[in-house]
Each structure stands twice: as structure tokens, then as C-alpha cells.
Design a protein around this ligand. Sequence first.
Ligand code: GDP
Length: 304
Amino acid sequence: ESLDKGLEKTKDSFISKLTKAMVGKSKVDDEVLDNLEEMLVTSDVGVQTTLKIIKRIEQRVEKDNYVTTSDLDKILKEEIAGLLAENNSEDLSDYEIPKVSGPYVILVVGVNGVGKTTTIGKLAAQFKKKGKKVVLGAADTFRAAAVDQLKMWGERVGVPVVSHGMNTDPASVAFDAAKQGLDQQADIVIIDTAGRLHTKVNLMNELSKIKRVIQKFIPEAPHEVLLVLDGSTGQNAFVQATEFTKATEVSALAITKLDGTAKGGVVLGISDQFKIPVKYIGVGEKVDDLQVFNKHEFVDSLFN
Ligand code: GDP
């Protein structure tokens, strides 16, 4: 399965670090817990979330008095699953989109290079496969490449792309995309935005302007603000999540390139730290390598 394959590096690293953490001991003690802590931090779970997990395991060790290291992977798996469940209460099935009046509008944000365009293309393909009518909006107008690439995906997948070309007003592209979606009774409108982080005020203004113009005729839109993060960038992904959640209300995460990293712990850490559900994960470059996030399958892939 592509999820197992995509998470292989993380899994291998998890298992070898866990084995090392036990240092030939039969009982979980402070040293084992210290090693476990280091294992989680070096897997990009993030310090805050790591300490939370360690504390919970410590409490179990105290309560049960004697916990064997052979039970450690089972315990860790349970704690990770429990933590994921806190911010990922629903398990979405198969690219389902809630029913709304008019098109369901997804605003996609994230810095350049994280896989934003690819994720939009893959999403469009999956939605279309499910029989949905999709319109894309190329509102990342600061890079010619971004517009071209989205058009390429549109052609490949067979969905219309609304574009005014480079250096045009992103909000006006978003307006037209949403309008076309409404007029043509599309099910889903996905809008690509520019990911310029170095000017936070600009980013904030731009995103609120985009929201404002869409809301003129679809008042509840955007129904989703999807932040795309590159899972292989570790602490950078945490920094980007901090910046974007400050600039706008992010409702869901897509974490890409998990196939290229041994530090898939970032999925757990970011979701926990920012209290945002992970909706999609990228485990490769092919269309089917974008997957709807399922916490049970994710944890199973890491431990089984
Ligand atoms: P953007 O600048 O954020 O729009 O990024 P792109 O969509 O252009 O993606 C940048 C690169 O990352 C491209 O070469 C993609 O094929 C690649 N990419 C995107 N998602 C994934 C993924 O899940 N796994 C891998 N291995 N590569 C990915």
C-alpha cells in the first residue's frame, strides 16, 4: 500500500530509535524515558508534544509500577493515537466534502515549494474521479510558474482554471473563480494563493481581501482554509504554521513529502500544537499519493 511505502522511512527510523531507547533493559525507567524523549524530538514531533507524550507514559509507569520495555511500542502507539484523536476527531472517508449551498470553496495557503500546486492538482483529480465538478483559481499571481503549473494540472485533470495571468490582482482571480463555480454549479472551487511569508501584513491583507470578495456572493466561503506544509522541512514547517495561523484562520492541514523524510512525527506535532486537523498527507508525486488522512491507518503504518 502506498501509505505504508510513503511512511517507510519514518517507520524504520521510529523502530530503530525505539529499540535503541530500550538499551537492553527490561523495565521502563528514567533512562528509557529520556531516550524516548530524544527519539520523539529527533522525529520532529516537537518539544511541546513530546513532553506531553512522555508525561502520559510516565503516569502510566507510575500507576502500573512496572512496565516492561516490550510493552513500550504498544503504549507509545496508544498515546500517539490518543493524541491524534484530540485534533482529528472525524475520520474522513475518501475525499468527501460537506454539503453546502453553492460550491464548497477551499482556499489553499502555504509558502512556495511546499507542494501547494501539486496538492491542488491531486485534489482536483480525486474530486473529479468522485464525479464532482471542480473549478480552480490561479490566484498565486506573483509567479508565472505557479499560474502555468496550475493550468497544466487543469489540463491534465480536465478541470477549468480561472486565471488572469501574472501580476494581476489575486482577489479578482478568486472572485472570478468563485463566480464561475457558482454560475456553472460546480461542487468545489479550489483557489491557489501566493505564499509570501516575508511580509506578514501583506499576506494577511491579501488573504482577507480574497475572503471578502468571495463572500460577496458566497457568504459562508471559504468553507476551508487548507495550509500546505512540507513535512520534510521539520522546524520550518512549525514556523510556517505559526505565521499562517497568525495571518488567517487555518481550518485544515495538508502535510506533503512524507515519503522523503524519516521525520514523519511532524504530522503529530503540528496537529497537536496548533489544534488543527490534518486532512491530507502527501506520500509521493503521483496523483494517488495524496491521501485523505486517517489517524488509525497512519499509526498502524508507523508501528506495524
Ligand atoms: P508549490 O511551489 O508549493 O506550488 O510546490 P509544487 O506543487 O510545485 O511542488 C514542489 C515539488 O514538490 C514538486 O516537484 C512536486 O512534485 C513535489 N511534491 C509535492 N508533493 C509531494 C509529495 O507528497 N512527495 C514528494 N516526493 N514530492 C512532492
